[in-house]
Design a protein. Structure first.
Lengths: 343, 132
Protein backbone atom coordinates (compact mmCIF):
# COMPACT_ATOMS: atom_id res chain seq x y z
CA UNK A 1 0.00 0.00 0.00
CA UNK A 2 1.49 3.28 -1.02
CA UNK A 3 -0.74 6.26 -0.76
CA UNK A 4 1.44 8.60 -2.75
CA UNK A 5 1.80 6.49 -5.86
CA UNK A 6 -1.87 5.54 -5.69
CA UNK A 7 -3.20 9.04 -5.37
CA UNK A 8 -0.98 10.25 -8.18
CA UNK A 9 -3.06 8.18 -10.54
CA UNK A 10 -6.14 10.21 -9.79
CA UNK A 11 -6.78 12.97 -12.30
CA UNK A 12 -8.95 15.93 -11.46
CA UNK A 13 -11.80 16.50 -13.91
CA UNK A 14 -13.19 20.00 -14.36
CA UNK A 15 -16.86 19.69 -15.29
CA UNK A 16 -19.93 21.82 -15.89
CA UNK A 17 -21.85 19.94 -13.21
CA UNK A 18 -20.61 18.39 -9.99
CA UNK A 19 -22.22 14.96 -10.11
CA UNK A 20 -21.25 14.41 -13.76
CA UNK A 21 -17.72 15.43 -12.87
CA UNK A 22 -17.48 13.08 -9.89
CA UNK A 23 -18.91 10.21 -11.94
CA UNK A 24 -16.52 10.87 -14.83
CA UNK A 25 -13.41 11.26 -12.68
CA UNK A 26 -14.11 8.18 -10.53
CA UNK A 27 -14.87 5.97 -13.53
CA UNK A 28 -11.78 7.20 -15.37
CA UNK A 29 -9.73 6.45 -12.29
CA UNK A 30 -11.04 2.89 -12.50
CA UNK A 31 -9.82 2.57 -16.06
CA UNK A 32 -12.84 3.75 -18.05
CA UNK A 33 -10.80 6.16 -20.13
CA UNK A 34 -13.61 6.70 -22.63
CA UNK A 35 -15.84 8.32 -20.01
CA UNK A 36 -16.69 11.99 -20.60
CA UNK A 37 -19.01 14.35 -18.84
CA UNK A 38 -21.65 14.35 -21.63
CA UNK A 39 -21.59 10.56 -21.75
CA UNK A 40 -22.09 10.24 -17.98
CA UNK A 41 -24.89 12.80 -18.15
CA UNK A 42 -26.65 11.06 -21.03
CA UNK A 43 -26.26 7.49 -19.77
CA UNK A 44 -27.55 8.70 -16.43
CA UNK A 45 -30.56 10.37 -18.12
CA UNK A 46 -29.62 13.61 -16.43
CA UNK A 47 -31.87 16.03 -18.30
CA UNK A 48 -35.08 16.84 -16.53
CA UNK A 49 -37.47 19.57 -15.49
CA UNK A 50 -39.63 19.80 -12.41
CA UNK A 51 -41.33 22.49 -10.41
CA UNK A 52 -42.48 21.01 -7.13
CA UNK A 53 -45.91 22.51 -6.39
CA UNK A 54 -46.46 24.51 -3.19
CA UNK A 55 -42.86 24.10 -2.11
CA UNK A 56 -40.52 27.05 -1.79
CA UNK A 57 -36.77 26.86 -1.38
CA UNK A 58 -34.82 29.88 -0.16
CA UNK A 59 -38.13 31.76 -0.41
CA UNK A 60 -38.60 31.05 -4.10
CA UNK A 61 -40.05 28.37 -6.39
CA UNK A 62 -38.56 24.88 -6.13
CA UNK A 63 -37.38 24.16 -9.65
CA UNK A 64 -34.84 21.68 -10.91
CA UNK A 65 -33.45 21.25 -14.41
CA UNK A 66 -31.84 17.92 -13.70
CA UNK A 67 -32.72 14.51 -12.38
CA UNK A 68 -32.60 13.48 -8.70
CA UNK A 69 -29.28 13.86 -6.89
CA UNK A 70 -27.30 10.63 -7.04
CA UNK A 71 -29.20 9.23 -10.02
CA UNK A 72 -26.59 10.07 -12.66
CA UNK A 73 -23.82 8.23 -10.82
CA UNK A 74 -26.05 5.27 -10.00
CA UNK A 75 -27.51 4.81 -13.46
CA UNK A 76 -24.28 5.31 -15.39
CA UNK A 77 -22.44 2.80 -13.20
CA UNK A 78 -25.26 0.30 -13.44
CA UNK A 79 -25.46 0.58 -17.22
CA UNK A 80 -21.77 -0.32 -17.44
CA UNK A 81 -21.99 -3.15 -14.94
CA UNK A 82 -19.88 -1.24 -12.42
CA UNK A 83 -20.60 -2.29 -8.85
CA UNK A 84 -21.00 0.60 -6.49
CA UNK A 85 -20.67 0.98 -2.74
CA UNK A 86 -22.58 3.73 -1.01
CA UNK A 87 -22.98 4.49 2.67
CA UNK A 88 -24.70 6.99 4.91
CA UNK A 89 -23.98 7.51 8.58
CA UNK A 90 -25.67 8.88 11.64
CA UNK A 91 -22.37 9.30 13.49
CA UNK A 92 -19.80 11.74 12.04
CA UNK A 93 -16.93 9.87 13.75
CA UNK A 94 -17.90 6.65 11.98
CA UNK A 95 -18.25 8.51 8.71
CA UNK A 96 -14.75 9.86 9.06
CA UNK A 97 -13.16 6.53 9.98
CA UNK A 98 -14.84 4.90 6.99
CA UNK A 99 -13.48 7.66 4.77
CA UNK A 100 -10.01 7.37 6.30
CA UNK A 101 -9.93 3.67 5.61
CA UNK A 102 -10.70 4.19 1.92
CA UNK A 103 -8.17 7.02 1.66
CA UNK A 104 -5.49 4.90 3.35
CA UNK A 105 -6.23 2.21 0.79
CA UNK A 106 -5.67 4.82 -1.90
CA UNK A 107 -9.26 4.80 -3.15
CA UNK A 108 -10.75 8.15 -4.25
CA UNK A 109 -14.36 8.49 -3.12
CA UNK A 110 -17.33 10.70 -3.93
CA UNK A 111 -18.96 12.65 -1.09
CA UNK A 112 -22.24 14.53 -1.02
CA UNK A 113 -21.86 17.82 0.84
CA UNK A 114 -23.73 20.99 1.75
CA UNK A 115 -22.26 24.25 0.48
CA UNK A 116 -23.27 26.56 3.34
CA UNK A 117 -20.14 25.72 5.32
CA UNK A 118 -17.93 24.91 2.35
CA UNK A 119 -15.05 27.21 3.19
CA UNK A 120 -13.47 27.56 -0.23
CA UNK A 121 -16.75 28.66 -1.88
CA UNK A 122 -17.26 32.41 -2.24
CA UNK A 123 -19.65 33.62 0.45
CA UNK A 124 -22.20 34.76 -2.15
CA UNK A 125 -22.70 31.13 -3.16
CA UNK A 126 -23.09 29.68 0.29
CA UNK A 127 -26.79 28.97 0.63
CA UNK A 128 -28.20 25.87 2.32
CA UNK A 129 -27.86 23.67 -0.73
CA UNK A 130 -27.04 20.09 0.20
CA UNK A 131 -26.64 18.26 -3.09
CA UNK A 132 -23.13 19.31 -4.03
CA UNK A 133 -20.63 16.55 -4.82
CA UNK A 134 -16.87 16.37 -4.57
CA UNK A 135 -14.12 13.76 -4.51
CA UNK A 136 -11.74 13.12 -1.63
CA UNK A 137 -8.64 11.57 -3.19
CA UNK A 138 -5.96 11.71 -0.54
CA UNK A 139 -4.74 13.12 2.72
CA UNK A 140 -1.82 15.38 3.38
CA UNK A 141 -1.12 15.51 7.15
CA UNK A 142 -4.41 16.70 8.56
CA UNK A 143 -5.83 18.08 5.33
CA UNK A 144 -7.96 16.09 2.94
CA UNK A 145 -7.18 16.54 -0.74
CA UNK A 146 -10.33 17.58 -2.55
CA UNK A 147 -11.20 17.44 -6.21
CA UNK A 148 -14.27 19.63 -6.67
CA UNK A 149 -15.45 19.21 -10.28
CA UNK A 150 -16.67 22.78 -10.62
CA UNK A 151 -13.15 24.08 -10.02
CA UNK A 152 -10.23 24.36 -12.40
CA UNK A 153 -7.79 23.17 -9.74
CA UNK A 154 -7.86 20.80 -6.78
CA UNK A 155 -8.12 22.11 -3.22
CA UNK A 156 -8.13 20.84 0.36
CA UNK A 157 -10.21 20.83 3.56
CA UNK A 158 -9.38 20.15 7.20
CA UNK A 159 -10.98 17.13 8.86
CA UNK A 160 -13.32 19.41 10.75
CA UNK A 161 -14.33 21.40 7.65
CA UNK A 162 -15.00 18.23 5.70
CA UNK A 163 -17.03 16.64 8.47
CA UNK A 164 -19.11 19.77 8.77
CA UNK A 165 -20.14 19.85 5.11
CA UNK A 166 -20.73 16.08 5.06
CA UNK A 167 -23.15 16.53 7.93
CA UNK A 168 -24.90 19.65 6.70
CA UNK A 169 -28.56 19.76 7.77
CA UNK A 170 -31.83 20.66 6.08
CA UNK A 171 -33.48 19.36 2.90
CA UNK A 172 -31.44 16.61 1.19
CA UNK A 173 -29.10 16.41 4.19
CA UNK A 174 -26.11 14.34 3.03
CA UNK A 175 -25.73 12.30 6.27
CA UNK A 176 -22.12 11.61 5.40
CA UNK A 177 -23.12 10.05 2.07
CA UNK A 178 -20.04 8.45 0.50
CA UNK A 179 -19.95 6.48 -2.74
CA UNK A 180 -17.42 4.90 -5.08
CA UNK A 181 -17.11 2.20 -7.74
CA UNK A 182 -16.26 -1.09 -6.08
CA UNK A 183 -15.68 -3.47 -8.98
CA UNK A 184 -15.39 -2.87 -12.70
CA UNK A 185 -15.91 -5.71 -15.16
CA UNK A 186 -15.06 -5.94 -18.84
CA UNK A 187 -16.57 -3.06 -20.73
CA UNK A 188 -17.22 -3.67 -24.39
CA UNK A 189 -18.32 -1.17 -27.02
CA UNK A 190 -21.56 -3.06 -27.15
CA UNK A 191 -22.15 -2.43 -23.45
CA UNK A 192 -21.48 1.28 -23.96
CA UNK A 193 -23.92 1.40 -26.88
CA UNK A 194 -26.59 -0.36 -24.83
CA UNK A 195 -26.00 2.06 -21.97
CA UNK A 196 -26.40 5.03 -24.30
CA UNK A 197 -29.65 3.69 -25.74
CA UNK A 198 -31.03 2.91 -22.32
CA UNK A 199 -30.08 6.36 -21.08
CA UNK A 200 -31.86 8.02 -24.01
CA UNK A 201 -35.00 5.92 -23.64
CA UNK A 202 -35.25 6.58 -19.93
CA UNK A 203 -34.79 10.29 -20.56
CA UNK A 204 -37.56 10.24 -23.16
CA UNK A 205 -39.82 8.55 -20.64
CA UNK A 206 -38.96 11.03 -17.86
CA UNK A 207 -39.56 14.07 -20.03
CA UNK A 208 -42.58 12.92 -22.05
CA UNK A 209 -44.52 10.25 -20.16
CA UNK A 210 -44.09 11.15 -16.52
CA UNK A 211 -47.51 11.45 -14.85
CA UNK A 212 -48.72 14.75 -13.45
CA UNK A 213 -48.51 18.23 -14.88
CA UNK A 214 -45.50 19.64 -13.05
CA UNK A 215 -42.63 17.43 -14.28
CA UNK A 216 -41.02 16.67 -17.62
CA UNK A 217 -41.85 18.92 -20.56
CA UNK A 218 -45.27 19.58 -19.01
CA UNK A 219 -43.51 20.98 -15.97
CA UNK A 220 -42.20 23.80 -18.16
CA UNK A 221 -45.83 24.65 -19.01
CA UNK A 222 -46.70 24.47 -15.31
CA UNK A 223 -44.05 27.09 -14.54
CA UNK A 224 -45.18 29.14 -17.54
CA UNK A 225 -48.73 29.22 -16.14
CA UNK A 226 -47.38 30.22 -12.76
CA UNK A 227 -45.33 33.08 -14.17
CA UNK A 228 -48.40 34.63 -15.81
CA UNK A 229 -50.02 34.96 -12.39
CA UNK A 230 -47.02 36.03 -10.34
CA UNK A 231 -47.22 39.77 -10.97
CA UNK A 232 -50.79 40.04 -9.65
CA UNK A 233 -50.49 37.37 -7.01
CA UNK A 234 -47.10 38.19 -5.49
CA UNK A 235 -46.51 41.79 -6.41
CA UNK A 236 -43.74 43.01 -8.65
CA UNK A 237 -40.92 42.75 -6.13
CA UNK A 238 -41.55 39.17 -5.09
CA UNK A 239 -42.34 38.13 -8.66
CA UNK A 240 -38.94 39.51 -9.67
CA UNK A 241 -37.24 37.53 -6.91
CA UNK A 242 -39.02 34.38 -8.06
CA UNK A 243 -37.78 34.93 -11.62
CA UNK A 244 -34.30 35.56 -10.23
CA UNK A 245 -34.48 32.22 -8.50
CA UNK A 246 -35.42 30.53 -11.77
CA UNK A 247 -32.40 32.09 -13.43
CA UNK A 248 -30.15 30.98 -10.59
CA UNK A 249 -31.52 27.45 -10.73
CA UNK A 250 -31.18 27.59 -14.49
CA UNK A 251 -27.78 29.10 -15.08
CA UNK A 252 -25.81 28.82 -11.88
CA UNK A 253 -23.06 26.42 -11.34
CA UNK A 254 -24.15 22.94 -10.36
CA UNK A 255 -27.60 23.41 -11.79
CA UNK A 256 -27.26 24.96 -15.23
CA UNK A 257 -30.62 24.54 -16.99
CA UNK A 258 -29.60 26.16 -20.25
CA UNK A 259 -26.20 24.57 -19.77
CA UNK A 260 -27.76 21.16 -19.30
CA UNK A 261 -29.42 21.43 -22.70
CA UNK A 262 -26.04 22.09 -24.33
CA UNK A 263 -24.61 19.19 -22.38
CA UNK A 264 -27.35 16.94 -23.71
CA UNK A 265 -26.62 18.19 -27.21
CA UNK A 266 -22.97 17.27 -26.71
CA UNK A 267 -24.04 13.84 -25.44
CA UNK A 268 -26.16 13.17 -28.54
CA UNK A 269 -23.20 14.17 -30.70
CA UNK A 270 -21.06 11.56 -28.92
CA UNK A 271 -23.93 9.07 -29.07
CA UNK A 272 -24.15 9.56 -32.85
CA UNK A 273 -20.52 8.47 -33.16
CA UNK A 274 -20.92 5.43 -30.89
CA UNK A 275 -24.13 4.31 -32.59
CA UNK A 276 -23.01 5.44 -36.05
CA UNK A 277 -26.35 7.14 -36.43
CA UNK A 278 -26.30 10.63 -37.93
CA UNK A 279 -29.94 11.23 -37.12
CA UNK A 280 -28.82 12.00 -33.58
CA UNK A 281 -26.77 14.96 -34.82
CA UNK A 282 -29.93 16.63 -36.10
CA UNK A 283 -31.67 16.12 -32.77
CA UNK A 284 -28.59 17.40 -30.96
CA UNK A 285 -29.14 20.68 -32.81
CA UNK A 286 -32.62 20.95 -31.31
CA UNK A 287 -31.25 20.74 -27.80
CA UNK A 288 -28.74 23.43 -28.68
CA UNK A 289 -31.68 25.54 -29.80
CA UNK A 290 -33.50 24.84 -26.54
CA UNK A 291 -30.42 25.82 -24.53
CA UNK A 292 -30.18 29.08 -26.46
CA UNK A 293 -33.87 29.74 -25.79
CA UNK A 294 -33.43 29.16 -22.05
CA UNK A 295 -30.63 31.69 -22.06
CA UNK A 296 -32.71 34.20 -23.98
CA UNK A 297 -35.53 33.78 -21.47
CA UNK A 298 -33.04 34.37 -18.64
CA UNK A 299 -32.10 37.70 -20.21
CA UNK A 300 -35.74 38.74 -20.28
CA UNK A 301 -36.31 37.56 -16.69
CA UNK A 302 -33.31 39.66 -15.69
CA UNK A 303 -35.16 42.66 -17.10
CA UNK A 304 -37.82 42.10 -14.45
CA UNK A 305 -35.59 41.59 -11.43
CA UNK A 306 -33.48 44.55 -12.45
CA UNK A 307 -36.66 46.60 -12.44
CA UNK A 308 -36.51 47.52 -16.13
CA UNK A 309 -39.55 45.47 -17.15
CA UNK A 310 -42.61 46.00 -14.98
CA UNK A 311 -45.69 45.33 -17.12
CA UNK A 312 -47.82 42.21 -17.19
CA UNK A 313 -46.96 42.01 -20.87
CA UNK A 314 -43.36 41.11 -19.98
CA UNK A 315 -44.54 38.30 -17.73
CA UNK A 316 -46.74 37.02 -20.54
CA UNK A 317 -43.83 37.17 -22.97
CA UNK A 318 -41.63 35.20 -20.60
CA UNK A 319 -44.41 32.65 -20.11
CA UNK A 320 -44.81 32.37 -23.89
CA UNK A 321 -41.09 31.78 -24.30
CA UNK A 322 -41.29 28.90 -21.86
CA UNK A 323 -44.15 27.39 -23.86
CA UNK A 324 -41.99 27.59 -26.97
CA UNK A 325 -39.15 25.89 -25.15
CA UNK A 326 -41.55 23.20 -24.05
CA UNK A 327 -42.61 22.47 -27.60
CA UNK A 328 -39.00 22.40 -28.86
CA UNK A 329 -38.01 19.93 -26.15
CA UNK A 330 -41.15 17.86 -26.55
CA UNK A 331 -40.57 17.62 -30.29
CA UNK A 332 -36.93 16.65 -29.79
CA UNK A 333 -37.76 13.90 -27.30
CA UNK A 334 -40.57 12.59 -29.51
CA UNK A 335 -38.08 12.36 -32.35
CA UNK A 336 -35.70 10.47 -30.10
CA UNK A 337 -38.44 8.03 -29.15
CA UNK A 338 -39.34 7.45 -32.81
CA UNK A 339 -35.77 6.51 -33.75
CA UNK A 340 -36.33 3.00 -32.43
CA UNK A 341 -32.76 2.88 -31.23
CA UNK A 342 -31.39 -0.58 -30.64
CA UNK A 343 -33.92 -2.21 -32.90
CA UNK B 1 -24.36 28.73 -27.87
CA UNK B 2 -21.41 29.55 -30.07
CA UNK B 3 -17.97 29.69 -28.54
CA UNK B 4 -17.52 33.36 -29.39
CA UNK B 5 -20.80 34.20 -27.62
CA UNK B 6 -19.71 32.74 -24.29
CA UNK B 7 -19.88 35.62 -21.78
CA UNK B 8 -16.75 36.61 -19.88
CA UNK B 9 -18.25 38.91 -17.27
CA UNK B 10 -16.65 38.24 -13.87
CA UNK B 11 -18.92 37.58 -10.88
CA UNK B 12 -18.36 36.30 -7.34
CA UNK B 13 -17.44 32.82 -8.55
CA UNK B 14 -14.59 34.11 -10.68
CA UNK B 15 -12.64 34.68 -7.47
CA UNK B 16 -12.55 30.90 -7.11
CA UNK B 17 -12.67 29.47 -10.59
CA UNK B 18 -13.83 29.81 -14.15
CA UNK B 19 -16.81 27.72 -15.20
CA UNK B 20 -16.68 24.97 -17.76
CA UNK B 21 -19.30 25.31 -20.49
CA UNK B 22 -20.29 23.32 -23.55
CA UNK B 23 -20.23 25.47 -26.67
CA UNK B 24 -20.28 25.06 -30.44
CA UNK B 25 -17.00 25.59 -32.27
CA UNK B 26 -16.49 26.89 -35.83
CA UNK B 27 -17.20 23.43 -37.26
CA UNK B 28 -20.55 23.25 -35.49
CA UNK B 29 -19.25 20.63 -33.07
CA UNK B 30 -19.44 20.73 -29.29
CA UNK B 31 -16.37 21.50 -27.27
CA UNK B 32 -15.69 22.90 -23.83
CA UNK B 33 -14.71 26.46 -23.01
CA UNK B 34 -14.15 28.44 -19.82
CA UNK B 35 -16.31 31.36 -18.76
CA UNK B 36 -15.52 34.01 -16.16
CA UNK B 37 -19.24 34.60 -15.57
CA UNK B 38 -22.35 36.20 -16.95
CA UNK B 39 -23.93 39.46 -15.77
CA UNK B 40 -27.45 38.01 -16.02
CA UNK B 41 -26.51 35.42 -13.39
CA UNK B 42 -24.60 37.90 -11.31
CA UNK B 43 -27.64 40.16 -11.13
CA UNK B 44 -29.90 37.26 -10.13
CA UNK B 45 -27.51 36.41 -7.31
CA UNK B 46 -27.21 40.06 -6.31
CA UNK B 47 -30.98 40.44 -6.12
CA UNK B 48 -31.20 37.31 -3.95
CA UNK B 49 -28.71 38.90 -1.55
CA UNK B 50 -30.57 42.19 -1.47
CA UNK B 51 -33.59 40.18 -0.38
CA UNK B 52 -31.57 38.27 2.24
CA UNK B 53 -30.18 41.52 3.65
CA UNK B 54 -33.67 43.04 3.78
CA UNK B 55 -34.94 40.06 5.73
CA UNK B 56 -32.02 40.24 8.16
CA UNK B 57 -32.63 43.95 8.71
CA UNK B 58 -36.34 43.35 9.35
CA UNK B 59 -35.47 40.58 11.78
CA UNK B 60 -33.09 42.92 13.60
CA UNK B 61 -35.84 45.50 13.97
CA UNK B 62 -38.29 42.87 15.19
CA UNK B 63 -35.84 41.87 17.93
CA UNK B 64 -35.15 45.51 18.83
CA UNK B 65 -38.90 46.12 19.15
CA UNK B 66 -39.34 43.10 21.37
CA UNK B 67 -41.51 41.25 18.83
CA UNK B 68 -39.11 38.38 18.19
CA UNK B 69 -36.34 36.61 20.05
CA UNK B 70 -32.68 36.68 18.93
CA UNK B 71 -33.15 33.17 17.51
CA UNK B 72 -35.20 34.75 14.75
CA UNK B 73 -32.49 37.25 13.85
CA UNK B 74 -29.70 34.69 13.77
CA UNK B 75 -31.85 32.27 11.80
CA UNK B 76 -32.30 34.91 9.09
CA UNK B 77 -28.66 35.96 9.32
CA UNK B 78 -27.63 32.37 8.62
CA UNK B 79 -30.06 32.08 5.69
CA UNK B 80 -31.92 29.36 7.52
CA UNK B 81 -35.59 28.52 7.61
CA UNK B 82 -37.35 26.54 10.34
CA UNK B 83 -36.62 23.20 8.68
CA UNK B 84 -32.89 23.88 8.34
CA UNK B 85 -32.63 25.21 11.89
CA UNK B 86 -34.51 22.15 13.11
CA UNK B 87 -31.89 20.00 11.40
CA UNK B 88 -28.97 21.82 13.03
CA UNK B 89 -30.45 22.00 16.54
CA UNK B 90 -32.45 18.79 16.72
CA UNK B 91 -35.48 20.78 17.98
CA UNK B 92 -38.84 20.18 16.35
CA UNK B 93 -40.19 23.08 14.27
CA UNK B 94 -43.09 23.42 16.70
CA UNK B 95 -40.69 24.21 19.55
CA UNK B 96 -38.51 26.53 17.48
CA UNK B 97 -41.59 28.59 16.64
CA UNK B 98 -42.18 29.00 20.38
CA UNK B 99 -38.56 29.93 20.96
CA UNK B 100 -38.98 32.81 18.52
CA UNK B 101 -41.17 34.52 21.13
CA UNK B 102 -39.11 36.74 23.44
CA UNK B 103 -41.05 35.59 26.52
CA UNK B 104 -40.35 31.91 25.84
CA UNK B 105 -36.76 32.61 24.77
CA UNK B 106 -35.93 34.32 28.06
CA UNK B 107 -36.81 31.19 29.99
CA UNK B 108 -34.73 28.79 27.86
CA UNK B 109 -32.08 26.73 29.64
CA UNK B 110 -28.41 27.22 28.80
CA UNK B 111 -28.38 23.72 27.40
CA UNK B 112 -30.96 24.65 24.79
CA UNK B 113 -29.31 27.98 24.10
CA UNK B 114 -26.07 26.11 23.55
CA UNK B 115 -27.65 24.17 20.69
CA UNK B 116 -28.80 27.37 19.01
CA UNK B 117 -25.43 29.04 19.56
CA UNK B 118 -23.68 26.09 17.96
CA UNK B 119 -26.01 26.14 14.96
CA UNK B 120 -25.34 29.86 14.51
CA UNK B 121 -21.57 29.65 15.15
CA UNK B 122 -21.74 32.12 18.06
CA UNK B 123 -21.45 31.97 21.85
CA UNK B 124 -24.40 31.63 24.23
CA UNK B 125 -23.63 35.12 25.52
CA UNK B 126 -23.79 36.63 22.05
CA UNK B 127 -27.14 34.94 21.53
CA UNK B 128 -28.60 35.95 24.89
CA UNK B 129 -27.39 39.52 24.76
CA UNK B 130 -28.40 40.37 21.21
CA UNK B 131 -30.70 43.37 21.49
CA UNK B 132 -31.22 44.16 17.81
Amino acid sequence: MNIDTKTEEFHHVHAAHCENGVTTALLRYHGLDFMTEPLAFGMGSGLFYIQIPFLTINNGPAISFRTMPGAIFKRTCRALGVEVTRNKFSDPAKAQSFLDKKINDGVPVGCQVGVFHLTYFPKEYRFHFNAHNLIVYGRDDDRYQISDPIMEEVTSLSAEELSRVRFAQGPLAPKGHIYFPERVGVITDDLIRKGIIKGIKRNVRDMISIPGNFAGVNGIRYTSNNIRKWRDKLGLKKAGLYLGQIVRMQEEIGTGGGGFRFLYGAFLEEAAAYLQDDRLIGISEEFTKSGDMWRASAIQMAGVYKGRLTEQQSFDEIADRLLQIRSVEKEAFLKLSKLNLGK
Amino acid sequence: MKKEDLPQEPGALSRLTRELCYVKNEDGKYETALSKGWDIKKEALDSAWVEVNDRVEEARKAVANGEKSPVYYFMELNLMDLAVLSGYTGFFVFFIKRHLKPSVFSSLSDKKLEKYAKAFDITVDELKNFKG
